[in-house]
Ligand binder design. Structure first.
Ligand code: ATR
Length: 273
């Protein structure tokens, strides 16, 4: 029987998820469709009812519903309860179960490259929703030490408390006080939205360790100024689209129970970036 999936959020018209998942259905000849469904803030309840009515098989959740969606779940996977936000839902005869695939999506590029996160010192820029999933991922992989940098110090402090609670030794500083010397870090991640509008890099890579991993979660544009500057310094680069693809392939595997066609999904994604 034909299956239907969706991504819900607002705005939703630029979402790349319909393209990525549709490419996977084509590649594997699955009788499935995937739609983008705009649900404005404050209308999640009615939106979920509508999805249940059409017997949606599963859906992704994006801004602004990732946290509020938790209330509508009947079952909660551990990935979801740790982070306190949901981005993937299964619907089993009206029983909604929530997962968060952002954490594994963040980690996947490390696994693919066989780069160990364990024992590393990490600098994380940003303290929003995406940064929280990243902190959970770093804790899961036993990073040694985390420094959280943010424009709003209070948010960095809150995220530090979360990191410490889940066993990741961390400290927080204001972005103004970061300085130029980044030689202490093995991994530097941009989890702010800086770069989306082609803004200049939030950090100056004056001195970094050779072989530093520099990871941007901004995927559009693909080559942000942050990554360009890091590349000039010889850093190993991880692109934002890799995390997007990682969370999508993981969601695919939760829904379909088979390995996701990574390359077909990557091709669809890069065609859209
Ligand atoms: P997401 O869900 O993508 O993480 P978010 O929760 O809105 O989005 O978080 C955005 C992050 O980018 C925050 O860390 C934000 O900093 P503040 O906490 O100070 O708001 C950061 N950010 C966005 N624009 C920024 C800018 N121009 N300069 C510095 N930080 C910025």
């Amino acid at each position: 029987m034909s299956k239907t999936f969706a991504v819900i959020g607002d705005p939703i018209n630029h979402s790349l998820s319909p393209n990525i998942h549709s490419a996977a259905f084509r590649e594997l000849n699955l009788d499935c469709s995937y739609i983008a469904y705009r649900i404005p803030k404050g209308e999640l309840n009615e939106g979920i009812d509508a999805l249940k009515k059409i017997k949606i098989d599963g859906f992704n959740v994006t801004i602004p519903h990732k946290v509020e969606m938790m209330k509508y779940l009947d079952k909660i996977d551990e990935s979801c309860s740790v982070i306190g936000a949901v981005n993937t839902v299964t619907n089993n005869a009206g029983i909604l179960k929530g997962f968060n695939t952002d954490m594994d999506g963040f980690l996947e590029p490390f696994w693919k490259r066989k780069i160990k996160v364990q024992g590393t010192k990490v600098l994380l820029l940003g303290a929003g929703g995406a940064a929280r999933a990243i902190v959970a991922g770093l804790a899961k992989e036993n990073a040694e030490k985390l420094t959280i940098v943010n424009r709003t110090l209070e948010k960095a402090n809150n995220l530090r408390l979360f990191a410490n609670k889940i066993g990741l030794d961390s400290n927080s500083i204001h972005i103004k006080n970061l300085g130029d010397d980044l030689e202490d870090y093995d991994i530097i991640v941009n989890a702010t939205s800086i770069g989306l509008q082609n803004e200049p890099s939030p950090v100056n890579f004056k001195s970094i360790k050779p072989k530093t991993i520099v990871y941007d979660i901004v995927y559009m544009p693909m080559n942000t100024d942050f990554l360009k500057k890091a590349k000039e310094k010889g850093a190993t680069i991880i692109y934002g689209y890799e995390m997007l693809l990682g969370q999508a392939t993981r969601a695919f595997e939760i829904w379909h129970g088979i390995e996701a066609p990574y390359n077909a999904m990557k091709k669809a994604l890069l065609g859209g970036v």
